[in-house]
Design a protein around this ligand. Structure first.
Ligand SMILES: [Fe+2]
Ligand SMILES: [Fe+2]
Ligand SMILES: [Fe+2]
Ligand SMILES: [Fe+2]
Length: 434
């Protein structure tokens, strides 16, 4: 089936205002919601935040009063969309529970994108980030148990594994080394452009959520861990956004933003199992088709080009959610010791090939000087409770233990690093009796 949004009618921009009662809907039930309805809700909030933010930034550099007026009207609608979507979150869903949802988005969305990404270098970058968010999920799961006494599967519903990935203490890089080579706007596929914009939006909102909510817990170890992972998400935004061709015109970028909204809402609508959420995705898809028509008109006027040159004549699917356990385990087994090479090539290498003057060592020496809070989380749960909270996959843990035994931890060693013996102990402990 083909779906060309430029040929669909949609709802005109001037008919998209809604009442407060319609904007702020009743939240979902956190006990019965499907985990992938929750991930769609989390992702679409990020998509809307990016849409709103982009249009404000564009307006600040836009001298054309008519375009400024259109941007003012349409970004108000984006903001109303954001309120509707984000406020479907129920009040009794704790910050840590929502956090597990954010990392489930990161793991399962990035896996899906990687498998549907035609560009090898972009795919490699997605896989690199994947193992980092996968580790975040493990660390937050320990705290969700320690603070709220919950099993991570209360949120993840058994669809996403909770296992140590590339340890978070090793994610701290020189942010300049995070920069990647960008795609070429004239040759990159539309799928690549939409994939990247979708992931940037999700990672940016993950950063924002940690930045705005990590302080809501009183425990200093947990506050520090939110601070540590928030900073990794900043690195992720830097990494993924640098894949975008900076020579695309602002009108091309506006077109791609609206097209990404159309594609993500279409994908959500197509997959949704919750009737209430499905109705929201359907309504907002119609709105976004209206936005796309407006952006296409501006693009035609400013550039005298056919919008289909940029977005093609068909929808792409950038956000299908399903369990990715096999894919993630495969990447983990093969790529856990991968590192940014820190060179002009902007490529990748492995731990034992890193030079002693690798720029990220200096950063890690400073930020991990008193130990990494993400390692403290594992120590706390394994020493104070005497057991691990999750089912640890021994094979994957052994992979990490092998690395530690080969002396492949980053140098200088953080004083609070989990030791080889502790990792071995964790592989022995039984899942918590929850
Ligand atoms: Fe929107
Ligand atoms: Fe993450
Ligand atoms: Fe991330
Ligand atoms: Fe939009």
């Amino acid at each position: 089936m083909t779906f060309n949004p430029l040929k669909e009618k949609g709802v005109p921009l001037e008919k998209q205002l809604r009442s407060w009662h319609d904007i702020v809907k009743r939240p979902f039930d956190k006990h019965s919601i499907d985990c992938y309805s929750r991930t769609r809700q989390i992702l679409m909030n990020g998509i809307e935040v990016e849409a709103w933010n982009f249009k404000h930034n564009l307006a600040r550099i836009c001298p054309d009063p008519e375009v400024k007026r259109i941007l003012a009207l349409s970004r108000r609608i984006e903001d109303m969309h954001q309120t509707t979507v984000n406020w479907l979150t129920p009040a009794e869903q704790s910050v840590l529970e929502t956090t597990l949802g954010y990392e489930q988005v990161a793991v399962d969305l990035t896996s899906w994108l990687a498998q549907n990404e035609p560009d090898d270098y972009v795919r490699e970058t997605f896989n690199f980030g994947l193992l980092e968010d996968f580790d975040h999920l493990y660390r937050y799961s320990q705290w969700a148990y320690m603070v709220h006494g919950i099993n991570p599967d209360d949120i993840l519903q058994g669809m996403t594994d909770v296992v140590i990935g590339r340890p978070t203490q090793n994610h701290h890089n020189c942010n300049g080394a995070r920069l990647r080579n960008h795609y070429d706007k004239d040759t990159a596929s539309v799928q690549t452009k939409v994939n990247i914009l979708t992931l940037v939006s999700g990672e940016q909102q993950t950063h924002n959520y940690y930045a705005e909510h990590g302080m809501m817990y009183g425990n200093d170890d947990l506050r520090r861990m939110y601070g540590e992972i928030c900073d990794v998400e900043e690195e992720h935004v830097t990494m993924y956004e640098s894949l975008i061709d900076p020579t695309e015109s602002v009108w091309e970028k506006l077109l791609l933003h609206e097209f990404t909204e159309v594609c993500t809402y279409y994908n959500c609508y197509k997959d949704e199992v919750d009737e209430k959420l499905k109705a929201v995705w359907e309504e907002f898809l119609e709105h976004e088709i209206g936005h796309l028509h407006v952006a296409a008109e501006i693009f035609k006027n400013k550039e005298n080009r056919d919008p289909e040159e940029v977005i093609g004549g068909e929808i792409v699917l950038p956000c299908h959610f399903e369990s990715q356990k096999t894919y993630v385990a495969d990447i983990l087994n093969n790529e856990v010791d991968k590192r940014l090479d820190g060179t002009e090539e902007r490529g990748y290498t492995v731990i034992d090939e890193l030079p002693l003057d690798w720029p990220s060592y200096k950063v890690q020496g400073i930020v991990n000087a008193e130990g990494a809070p993400t390692e403290q989380a594992v120590r706390l749960v394994s020493t104070s409770l005497g057991r691990d909270v999750v089912v640890a996959d021994k094979k994957l843990i052994n992979k990490e233990t092998d690395l530690l035994e080969r002396g492949l931890q980053p140098r200088p060693q953080a004083p609070n690093t989990v030791t080889v013996e502790e990792y071995k102990l964790m592989a022995e402990v039984k899942p918590a009796d929850l």
